[in-house]
Ligand binder design. Sequence first.
Ligand SMILES: Nc1nc2c(ncn2[C@@H]2O[C@H](COP(=O)(O)OP(=O)(O)O)[C@@H](O)[C@H]2O)c(=O)[nH]1
Ligand SMILES: Nc1ncnc2c1ncn2[C@@H]1O[C@H](COP(=O)(O)OP(=O)(O)O)[C@@H](O)[C@H]1O
Length: 172
Amino acid sequence: MKPTSDCLILIMGPAASGKTTIAKILAEVYHIPRLITYTTRAQRAGEKDGADYHFVSKETFQKMIDAHAFAEWQSFDSAYYGSCIEPGTHVLVITPQGYQKIKDQVSCRGFYLEVDPQQQFQRLHDRGLTEVQIHERIAEDQAEKRFLDASVRYIDTHQKTPAEIADVIMKQ
Ligand SMILES: Nc1nc2c(ncn2[C@@H]2O[C@H](COP(=O)(O)OP(=O)(O)O)[C@@H](O)[C@H]2O)c(=O)[nH]1
Ligand SMILES: Nc1ncnc2c1ncn2[C@@H]1O[C@H](COP(=O)(O)OP(=O)(O)O)[C@@H](O)[C@H]1O
């Protein structure tokens, strides 16, 4: 089924599984805009404020919580992440826990990207993470999987190009 009516396409997956890459293709090729979420984590090299995230201070994030600005928010990997939902068809990159909090609020379709462990390790190493940081992040992502449910579609990204993965999502 294609997203002909308002529908959120929720992209989930562990660190460096390709979530951001796929969201960019869905925006650029399929013209499905991404909802930019808010985070207190540090901006990575190459990331743009307002395009990858709205990078905000903890104080600003807390003010947004107090103002009930978020559809959901959570603490993850020593930072806060929160999303605001708008009407229309959009892509949202989110944790499984975030998915669990909003799945009954909106019409949505969830996808979980699975990544080859060796490729993931290499990508996270290239991102500058230490071995300890990599193992901590993998454990946190693993713990998040308990929030997935039977309606989530798993996509094995190994040996698939980003364009092929986006195509799989669009054909659902
Ligand atoms: N619950 C929730 N999770 C988010 C939000 N924005 C991003 N995330 C998730 O937060 C996690 C950490 O994201 P990030 O720090 O960019 O690391 P990455 O997964 O390695 O790219 C990922 O699983 C994202 O999908 C949000 O607004 N709410
Ligand atoms: N299907 C793929 N094939 C090859 N490289 C990929 C693929 N998906 C993502 N990558 C690369 O892996 C790295 C991490 O991807 P990214 O989209 O930032 O992951 P995430 O947002 O899940 O952390 C990037 O360098 C990206 O170009």
